[in-house]
Design a protein around this ligand. Structure first.
Ligand code: ADP
Ligand code: MG
Length: 276
């Protein structure tokens, strides 16, 4: 971990792990292609939370997640990780945070082609300067955690979509980040693979990792602890899910070989203000 941030963060222990304050994002400012996407987002995410970000296509979900992942910068307002203002960090510190503090999972998996599952998972560990033998050990552990211990030498094109996404999750967690950010991670997957991915996120969250996941599927969001809704660049709703669905149980009930019914039972949501 970047010495600077962990030191600063230790002094800021009471802070939410992620804090957006009046955040704005304008693409192509000052040109005729200017578009004001985020219009004052304020959001606090506590350590160990599991948050679904929902909203129509174009509402700014990916824009916000990219800023949370330090892949993009806000135009105005502030973003604090563990109480540390991200805009105060050097490029080197930001690279360290992206590599070791945050794990990113994308809809399209983004694996390196013609490179084994094991080598894909080792990649961020190479950037983190981890020794070869330690790299192998950690990548093995991460792939076993996602149930792919027997597929380590497979190339991405020899794996199903769900398996590729599990490799991508192993890659995201191999460096031991405490925050997982996922942008529509189940958007390209069938319902069984979706349940498998959700079971892994739930396990990571049970272990204490903070998870923020963009999804437009209510069935997926019902597995999270909290649902934040975006509309026209602002937060339009924020609710706790009283009893998040357990993907692991749904998989077990479905047994092997059967498709998983994601559409079971209705979940009622309690407005956050009322629940807290
Ligand atoms: P969502 O993920 O909710 O579908 P996005 O955050 O991807 O929404 O996009 C929000 C809006 O910002 C859309 O109108 C989109 O066209 C625009 N947008 C996204 N990325 C860029 C970019 N790099 N340059 C210009 N406009 C962008
Ligand atoms: Mg998007």
């Amino acid at each position: 971990m970047a010495g600077g941030l962990s030191q600063l963060a230790a002094e800021n222990n009471g802070f939410p792990v992620l804090l957006l304050d009046k955040l704005h994002k304008t693409y192509n400012p000052g040109s005729n292609l200017e578009v004001h996407v985020l219009k004052g987002i304020s959001l606090a995410v506590e350590r160990g939370d599991y948050v679904a970000i929902m909203g129509h296509s174009g509402s700014g979900k990916s824009t916000m997640l990219n800023i949370l992942g330090c892949l993009d910068v806000p135009s105005d307002g502030s973003y604090l990780i563990d109480g540390v203002d991200v805009s105060s960090l050097s490029d080197g510190q930001l690279a360290d945070i992206r590599n070791q503090y945050l794990g990113f999972v994308f809809q399209t998996f983004n694996l390196v082609r013609r490179t084994s599952a094991l080598a894909n998972v080792e990649l961020p560990l190479v950037y983190a300067g981890v020794s070869r033998s330690e790299r192998r050990k950690r990548a093995h552990r991460a792939l076993e955690m996602v149930g792919l211990g027997d597929r380590m030498s497979h190339m991405p094109n020899e794996l199903s979509g769900g398996q590729q996404q599990r490799v991508a999750i192993a890659r995201a967690v191999a460096t031991g980040p405490s925050i997982i950010l996922a942008d529509e991670p189940t958007g390209n997957l069938d319902s069984r693979s979706t349940a498998e991915i959700l079971a892994i996120f739930q396990k990571l969250n049970d272990e204490g990792k903070t998870v923020v996941m963009v999804t437009h599927e209510p069935d997926v969001a019902e597995h999270c602890k909290r649902i934040v809704r975006m509309r026209d660049g602002v937060v339009s709703g924020d609710e706790l899910v009283p009893q998040p669905r357990r993907a692991e149980d749904e998989l077990r009930k479905a047994g092997t070989g059967q498709s998983v019914d994601m559409h079971q039972g209705d979940v009622t949501h309690v407005p956050l203000a009322a629940a807290r």
